[in-house]
Design a protein around this ligand. Structure first.
Ligand SMILES: Cc1cc2nc3c(=O)[nH]c(=O)nc-3n(C[C@H](O)[C@H](O)[C@H](O)COP(=O)(O)O)c2cc1C
Length: 214
């Protein structure tokens, strides 16, 4: 067996002590996520808006994949995808989802639990139109999450989509989901494994704030 695990340096040894207290955080946790995202962009982290989306199927089996956070607005977190993909089908059956933003070099993560709602076709169209032509053709060509016979088959479908579809038009199976959060937890690594965890839990229009044990 490889000794790769022996050569991994534990991040806990390199913690830059920056305590996280409630009064350090914006009273609006969505704004606070934006502030941490700005920090991640400022630190030049790769793919700072990449987040892990968790969904659950009809048998209760969870699955996870990366999607890109495209906006924080109207009280939610926006991403775009294929509605007929595995995640899309699972969300249609159970709109409860999780999001995890891992900013590992900053020794930070934000985890979110919420409900995913489709955005309007107008909003999806507006974002779709801003994408490069190749991405639009890809959205038309890909039957995301389905088995495909070969790479050649995929390339062929892409070529056909480029010719046969109006690439300005929004595919009916493609668009945005806005995740309305119920819980947002901010995690900041500290020394001695006594990490800081501050939880915002929605209660009506208010957020109840508490500290969790690491
Ligand atoms: C960095 C990165 C960003 C991604 N962004 C998206 C995205 O915004 N939307 C999307 O549908 N898939 C995105 N993907 C691909 C998904 O992780 C996933 O493979 C795909 O959506 C199919 O997932 P599903 O079969 O679970 O539905 C991204 C993957 C990576 C690695």
């Amino acid at each position: 067996m490889s000794d790769v695990f022996d050569s991994i340096v534990d991040m806990a040894g390199e913690v830059d002590e920056s305590p996280l207290r409630r009064d350090h955080l914006d009273p609006c946790p969505l704004r606070q996520v934006e502030i941490w995202l700005e920090d991640a962009v400022g630190a030049a982290l790769p793919a700072p808006n990449a987040m892990i989306l968790g969904t659950v199927d009809a048998e209760g089996q969870p699955s996870a994949r990366t999607v890109l956070l495209k906006a924080i607005r109207d009280g939610g977190f926006l991403f775009f995808t294929n509605f007929q993909s595995r995640k899309g089908r699972e969300i249609e059956g159970n709109s409860a989802v999780s999001l995890l933003l891992p900013w590992l070099p900053l020794y930070r993560q934000v985890s979110i639990a919420g409900i995913a709602q489709k955005v309007s076709p107008e909003e999806s169209q507006s974002y779709f139109s801003s994408r490069p032509l190749a991405s639009r053709a890809g959205a038309w060509a890909s039957r995301q999450s389905e088995t495909v016979g070969s790479r050649e088959e995929l390339d062929l479908a892409f070529g056909k989509a480029e010719q046969n579809f109006d690439l300005n038009e929004l595919p009916p199976h493609w668009g945005g989901y806005l995740v309305i959060p119920q819980r947002i937890e901010f995690w900041q690594g500290r020394s001695k494994r006594l990490h800081d965890r501050i939880l915002f839990d929605r209660s009506g229009d208010e957020w109840a704030i508490s500290r969790l044990s690491p």
